[in-house]
Write a protein of this length. Structure first.
Length: 276
């Protein structure tokens, strides 16, 4: 428990600086080429009196319902980066749903606010599951979404939440974490969900001790998981804007094009396998 508290406190204190953005540099935005047959739309639903505005992306072609990939955003909220990844997922032939975690489509642009919004989901994990389940329930309303085949991916904060959903939800086919926190205090309740962790080998925000604890947890629970360290990769290695942000704030974060592409391809293979 002492390790867990230190791990989360260290994560928030360091990540608050590393993920900070300014008006001229938005680390949450990635330009993505999207085919004309991809449709996107806001998906609005109510949880305890608050409207949540998630984001769906899917192909407009007719045919069989598509497997579903839920996208968990960074702690900034549902910004363009997560939405662009959802569009890319749709390009692969899946139904994608990027999840609004904070309600009303709320997004923030400073780490202090982001930390305040994100931390309660670590402290009370059942709230994250409630948000996830509500978004997942909306997927059922789409006839072109195969809700019997659902996976979840996430980035940073979203990566940690993706792992937590895998620990708690046995009906998922798989979960992928990109440079996310690994140990959050949530214990596995099942070993049915396959897991892929895409980690930067030089990520100073995920310590060797945390990695060792995560692998021990997975092994003890007999969970089918794959842990990949991408060489010469720092935190936020999938985000093209992270290098500039790292230089500005003198933090060890940077985009790594090779690792980004390799991890994306590893995810593609993982999804193809679990959705067979």
């Amino acid at each position: 428990m002492k390790f867990l508290k230190l791990s989360i406190i260290t994560f928030f204190s360091l990540f608050a600086i590393s993920c900070k953005e300014n008006k001229s540099t938005n680390p949450n935005k990635t330009e993505t080429a999207v085919s004309k047959n991809i449709k996107t739309e806001d998906v609005v639903y109510n949880i305890r009196g608050i409207n949540y505005k998630s984001f769906a992306a899917f192909t407009t072609d007719s045919g069989q319902p598509k497997p579903v990939v839920m996208v968990m955003p960074e702690w900034w909220g549902l910004k363009d980066y997560a939405k662009s990844r959802a569009k890319q997922i749709a390009e692969l032939g899946y139904f994608a749903m990027a999840v609004d975690f904070y309600g009303e489509g709320k997004v923030v642009d400073n780490p202090e606010e982001a930390g305040k919004l994100a931390q309660p989901f670590y402290q009370i994990p059942i709230n994250a599951k409630m948000i996830f389940d509500a978004a997942k329930a909306r997927v059922v309303t789409y006839p072109n979404a195969d809700h019997s085949k659902i996976a979840v991916i996430g980035y940073c904060f979203g990566g940690a939440q993706a792992l937590n959903m895998a620990r708690q939800e046995s009906d998922l086919k798989g979960a992928v974490s990109f440079h996310g926190n690994l140990m959050t205090g949530v214990k596995p309740k099942n070993n049915k969900v396959k897991i892929l962790v895409c980690n930067g080998a030089n990520d100073t925000f995920v310590s060797p001790e945390e990695i060792a604890a995560f692998k021990k947890e997975m092994d003890s629970a007999k969970i089918n998981y794959t842990f990949i360290d991408y060489p010469n990769s720092l935190h936020s290695f999938t985000n093209p804007a992270s290098t500039e942000v790292g230089k500005k704030f003198n933090m060890k974060i940077a985009y790594n094009k090779e690792a980004d592409e390799k991890s994306w391809n590893d995810m593609k293979k993982f999804l193809a396998d679990i959705f067979k």
